[in-house]
Design a protein around this ligand. Sequence first.
Ligand SMILES: Nc1nc2c(ncn2[C@@H]2O[C@H](COP(=O)(O)OP(=O)(O)OP(=O)(O)O)[C@@H](O)[C@H]2O)c(=O)[nH]1
Ligand SMILES: [Zn+2]
Length: 361
Amino acid sequence: MTFAPDLNERLARARADLRMGLPVVLEGAQPMLAFAAETISEQRLAGVQAMTPDAVIAITDHRARVLKAAAYDGDLARIELPPDARLPWVLGVADPADDLKTPMKGPLIAQRGGDAAAHRAALHLVKSARLLPAALLCPSPSIGFATQNDLTRLPLAQVIPALAAPNVLAPVVSARLPLSVSEAGRLHVFRPEDGGEEHYAVEIGRPDRDKPVLARLHSACFTGDVLGSLKCDCGPQLHGALAQMGQEGAGVLLYLNQEGRGIGLANKMRAYSLQDQGFDTVEANHRLGFEDDERDFRLGADILARMGFSKVRLLTNNPAKIAMMENCGISVTERVPLKVGQTPQNAGYLATKMAKSGHLL
Ligand SMILES: Nc1nc2c(ncn2[C@@H]2O[C@H](COP(=O)(O)OP(=O)(O)OP(=O)(O)O)[C@@H](O)[C@H]2O)c(=O)[nH]1
Ligand SMILES: [Zn+2]
């Protein structure tokens, strides 16, 4: 029996380290230190520059396009860190907040050739820590550096496959929860093995497992669900779906903690700030360096299967959700449209959903 952390446990530690500004060590042919660009401190940045002239910032192809840097590696670009660069320069590469106000002093020099595997793994890691997708990397100065500095070590080749693997969920507890839409409510809590956020299922009534169940896969939206934001339709969709389940006497609503289509609340607020500069939802995500949608719907299919459901009548306007459910072995026998909560403030958001994300209305 070993008490040492396994790969998933190391990844959970790595996410916490990166959020605090600590580097992790990616162990490949050449061990590399990787920091999140968003959280590295002035002192540690100076330490990197004193140690090596070979530091780079890895950014995604989406962010590279905005900064007019060449993404020679296809999905990412490795930008050389100038020797005199200070923290605001690093943050300016990572964060689009001031792109329009202070266009970058370029040109940014992108590295070509060589191996980008550590850079790619670092980007996957910072994204999974819900940080801006930008990482500062440099070669680790010596063998034993990780141990001497008490840093989390990760086997490079296994990082991306482990992050891409389906997240194993375990049911933790379920209890009766009478709701205004139905007194026969029950809340189930599921905990992922990777140390990430828990997800919930609200079961209304006692749906027959042999028949298609009225189901909604709802992604967390703190601003819409809790605060009543007018910028999206999430709150009315959440309450509309529960109300319909209450009326029919049966249903299941999954509340997936994938805030901001999987980019986290801080990044969603960065996107909102860009939207106030005139960019739409998708453009804002790209300027930040994210894909349009970073959610993993396998979670939803897994929870449904664990609860004994294999067929759903899915409340959604998003055809991608239907395709994803079918791919994960949940049969969608009917799409139940969910058209609620239009406001003058979210008209643009809904129009972008239809034009760019294929939403039906
Ligand atoms: N990144 C980003 N996320 C947003 C924005 N507005 C809302 N969201 C998030 O988008 C998600 C909305 O998810 P859903 O309600 O499942 O919406 P959907 O994929 O459009 O599909 P249906 O509602 O089922 O039709 C939530 O996680 C919100 O936090 C935005 O402008 N940018
Ligand atoms: Zn919302």
